[in-house]
Design a protein around this ligand. Structure first.
Ligand SMILES: [Cu+2]
Length: 123
């Protein structure tokens, strides 16, 4: 009788140890970090020698990911009135105050380089 009780207690202790260890696994509830995620996105397409639009519109005071895509040649965007420079093939997250920003190609890309201007309207 004594032996049986002892065995039962041993078994119970063993089960408790297993349960305690098993419950450790579910404690990694870490959420993905959200560092400067742009809520809006703008793609400016550049080719020789123009941008795909004369005017681009983005919301003010909002992080916007601006991507400059080269359709042909190598171009870039230099925004006047803001410290923003984006090379073709690259993206930049910018937050701008309301206003109209002129921009131009900032890479010497050939004969029509001087014509490569457009506007970014932030409103
Ligand atoms: Cu150019």
């Amino acid at each position: 009788m004594q032996k049986k009780l002892g065995y039962a207690l041993m078994t119970l202790a063993f089960v408790l140890v297993l349960v305690a260890c098993g419950s450790k696994n579910n404690s990694n509830g870490s959420e993905p970090s959200q560092s400067l995620v742009a809520s809006e996105e703008l793609v400016i397409k550049a080719k020789s020698w123009e941008f795909d639009k004369a005017e681009y519109i983005i919301p003010k005071d909002t992080p916007v990911k601006i991507t400059v895509e080269n359709l042909d040649g190598a171009h870039g965007v230099l925004l006047s009135g803001a410290d923003v420079k984006i090379r073709g093939g690259k993206s930049e997250v910018v937050t701008l105050a309301a206003g109209t920003y002129e921009f131009r190609c900032n890479i010497q890309c050939g004969a029509g380089h001087g014509k490569m201007t457009a506007k970014l309207i932030v409103q």
